[in-house]
Ligand binder design. Structure first.
Ligand SMILES: Cc1ncc(COP(=O)(O)O)c(C=O)c1O
Length: 262
């Protein structure tokens, strides 16, 4: 079951919706913090409410924190496991994003808290690791160096840095397009704008993405690809340089000036 993240509250998870979706069969809560596709960073109060909910129902917490080093505006990432030492938490991360080495395939999971609650699960993981997964030893040898010492990614995240400036640009460019509104992302490198479906008569977001791709040769991901429930969002990855983003946003503006679906 997918819970709603609330655009009106900085894209934080809607705790009441999460609560409603817990049933007798629910085993775990999954969060992605910082988030793909919204670029949200969850503050301590929100994380605490998720922990309280997990505690109340004795649920495991899975937290994908692969963007934890890609945080802007002087904000701080808080790992949910640090708030839940009495629960069983699995924190996932890797070097793909912070060190831009997705091809190295270096990632990890951290099991913490009350492991007694998850004996079967841990046995299963060990069996899988022993029988099926080959460890990526050459790439693993860079992990310690990569995680310690000088973090070059920090220069990307402050004014004048690539990711920061690209975010500023794309946020403004999107909000300048009539019919598009977007919440400013605080972390990662995604933005998840809203499109006024009435204005463009959009009922199918895949069709919208395909029409734009065919006409302007720019690929967006439709919001429903992220289990969003309406055809009124799409994701932009703002990793390309500002010149490329300028071209892409210009094309989107131009495309939407005449687009009507149907
Ligand atoms: C939320 C999230 N977790 C994990 C990954 C994993 O990336 P990789 O398989 O390259 O390590 C991604 C990549 O897009 C992601 O967005």
């Amino acid at each position: 079951m997918h819970y709603i993240c609330d655009e009106a509250s900085e894209w934080y998870p809607d705790i009441e919706d999460m609560r409603k979706k817990i049933t007798a069969k629910t085993k775990a809560i999954v969060i992605i913090n910082p988030n793909n596709p919204t670029g949200a960073l969850y503050p301590k109060e929100v994380l605490q409410q998720i922990v309280d909910l997990a505690r109340e129902h004795q649920l495991m917490i899975f937290s994908d924190e692969i963007y934890d080093r890609l945080v802007m505006d002087g904000l701080e990432h808080i790992s949910i496991a640090s708030l839940a030492p009495d629960l069983f938490c699995i924190t996932l991360s890797g070097l793909s994003k912070s060190h831009m080495v997705a091809g190295f395939r270096v990632g990890w999971m951290i099991l913490s808290g009350n492991k007694k609650l998850a004996k079967d699960y841990i046995d299963g993981l060990n069996m899988l690791a022993n029988m099926r997964l080959c460890s990526n030893v050459p790439a693993q040898s860079i992990v310690q160096t990569a995680l310690g010492g000088y973090q070059s990614v920090k220069n990307y995240l402050v004014p004048g840095g690539r990711l920061y400036e690209q975010r500023e640009f794309v946020y403004k460019a999107l909000n300048d397009i009539p019919g598009i509104t977007a919440v400013k992302p605080k972390a990662a490198f995604y933005i998840f704008p809203k499109i006024d479906t009435k204005r463009f008569n959009i009922t199918d977001d895949v069709q919208f993405a395909l029409d734009f791709l065919r006409e302007k040769h720019v690929l967006l991901i439709n919001g429903r690809g992220f289990n969003w429930h309406e055809p009124d969002h799409f994701r932009v990855v703002y990793l390309p340089r500002v010149e490329v983003l300028t071209d892409a946003m210009g094309k989107l503006k131009d495309f939407l000036s005449t687009y009507r679906q149907g």
